[in-house]
Unconditional design. Structure first.
Length: 475
């Protein structure tokens, strides 16, 4: 069941693949230089966390516990005014550290209340605190900024980040876009809690992550407050603004649901959104308890976007989703959001799992079985794009959201299921979500967990399905 969303991602990927391959060599060289360069200098935080796909993503030398984001967005002029207060801990001595921020004008930076030196260098916001921070020190960075946010263009040609719409903004940061609207340690390796205070013109609604904490209107402006207490990767943060119809309720399991729907999408979205509680219940049965306190949906009308995103606790859709997409984005709450990547290369741990959730949903709700879906895909000829690269090693950022990651990633899980049997397989899925809840995971850890739960040597299976080029032979 390869959806249009995945097909679109696959098409974009195919077009861009040639350029991406050419870009690989300088990136690899730069990564090597990076490892021996700034990071080794000792007291400067490095400009990236060392992700080979996005060399400058995230920053070394500190961990952010909490982001307090206070934003004001003028939907007419498209000007954003922001104050970000980051509470962080130095993981090394720091005379200097970086944040990621692209575009926008920074007017003032303080560290623990004292003015700090600040310099812009591409996406790096280089901060020099007035006094060096010692290893283990907790500190607070305040950044005041404003401007017209511009989306980030990804290596696959799609835009992400702060994307203006006709009535507000569609805000989706995977993989790079968080830095288009707030200063961040922009890599999933660093997860933090968030508070949002967002002011928009009266009549518009600002929807972020986590629990809705209330709203108030004064002088023609409405302020919305949101709180995400559980750790979240920066790319999963949203502050989507628009004219929305809002629906709120609490599920039988005590999850606070907030659905915001563009009225133009409402009639198409209604029958699908109605199924959200039963989808979450079904997923909880399969994957373990729902990982967050809040849930919901943001259904926007953003015709130029071309994807949905599993924004934490409340997926964001560029138009009324179909049921498979709803199942997919909510499955990400376990796989991708609660259990996060440590490196973008492992993206199949997100997309393969969310896609396999679609197959399982179909199988258990009167649609084609996962086996049938697998067989249909496997029938594709060796030259098909599905086999263009192995999902465990996409090679570069342009391939992150391509068909091999989604479909062959899901096929990998199906082969695992066939090899270990249903009992062990579902124990593995649930064990993975439980063991790494609110944390991170790697492919190597997943393989180890699968072997432990099944008592089988699965090295060959994963090597074939995740890492070997070309169409795998079935055993
Ligand atoms: N993770 C999203 C999904 O559920 C896809 C995001 C695609 N983003 C992009 N910049 N191409 O499948
Ligand atoms: Zn996905």
């Amino acid at each position: 069941m390869t959806s249009d969303r995945q097909q679109a991602a696959g098409r974009r990927t195919a077009v861009l693949r040639r350029e991406a391959v050419l870009a690989t060599v300088p990136v690899a060289v730069a990564a090597l230089l990076g490892a021996a360069g700034p990071a080794a200098a000792g007291t400067n935080g490095s400009a990236g966390v060392g992700d080979p796909y996005y060399r400058l993503a995230g920053n070394g030398g500190y961990h952010v516990h909490h982001y307090g984001l206070t934003l004001r967005y003028d939907t007419t002029t498209r000007r954003l005014d922001g104050t970000a207060v980051l509470t962080a801990r130095a993981t090394q001595r720091l005379t200097r550290f970086d944040l990621d921020l692209k575009g926008l004008k920074v007017t003032r930076v303080t560290v623990d209340g004292a003015a700090a030196g600040v310099r812009r260098d591409g996406q790096e916001l280089v901060v020099t605190p007035h006094r060096a921070l010692h290893k283990g020190q907790d500190f607070r960075v305040r950044v005041a900024y404003h401007g017209t946010p511009k989306p980030v263009t990804d290596p696959d040609g799609s835009s992400d980040g702060w994307i203006p719409t006709d009535d507000g903004a569609f805000v989706a940061g995977e993989p790079q876009g968080a830095m288009s609207w707030f200063p961040a340690n922009n890599h999933p390796k660093d997860k933090s809690s968030y508070d949002f205070t967002i002011t928009v013109p009266k009549g518009r609604t600002a929807v972020a992550n986590g629990v809705f904490m209330g709203q108030h209107t004064a002088h023609g402006q409405t302020t919305f407050r949101w709180q995400q207490t559980q750790p979240m990767a920066a790319y999963l943060a949203t502050a989507t603004v628009g004219k929305f119809k809002v629906e709120q309720y609490t599920t039988r399991d005590g999850i606070r649901v907030y659905n915001a729907v563009d009225p133009r999408e409402a009639s198409a979205a209604a029958p699908v959104l109605k199924k959200l509680p039963s989808v979450l219940e079904w997923e909880s049965k399969l994957f373990g308890p729902y990982p967050f306190r809040a849930a919901g949906s943001i259904v926007d009308r953003a015709p130029d976007v071309g994807f949905a995103l599993e924004t934490q606790s409340r997926p964001l859709y560029d138009s009324a989703p179909d049921l498979a997409t709803l199942v997919h984005e909510n499955a990400h709450q376990w796989f991708g959001d609660s259990v996060s990547l440590t490196t973008w290369k492992d993206i199949w741990l997100n997309e393969g799992f969310a896609t396999y959730a679609e197959w399982l949903y179909s199988e258990q709700h009167g649609g084609p079985s996962a086996q049938k879906t697998f067989d249909t895909l496997y029938a594709r000829p060796a030259h098909d794009g599905l086999w263009a690269y192995p999902p465990g090693n996409p090679g570069n950022g342009a391939n992150l959201f391509g068909t091999p990651v989604y479909a062959r990633g899901a096929m990998t899980l199906h082969e695992l299921r066939r090899a270990v049997g249903d009992q062990a397989f579902f124990r593995i899925l649930r064990g993975w979500a439980t063991a790494h809840r609110d944390d991170h995971g790697t492919t190597a850890q997943f393989v180890k967990l699968a072997e432990r739960e099944s008592g089988k040597d699965l090295d060959g299976l994963f090597r074939t399905w995740l890492y070997t080029s070309g169409k795998p032979n079935r055993v």
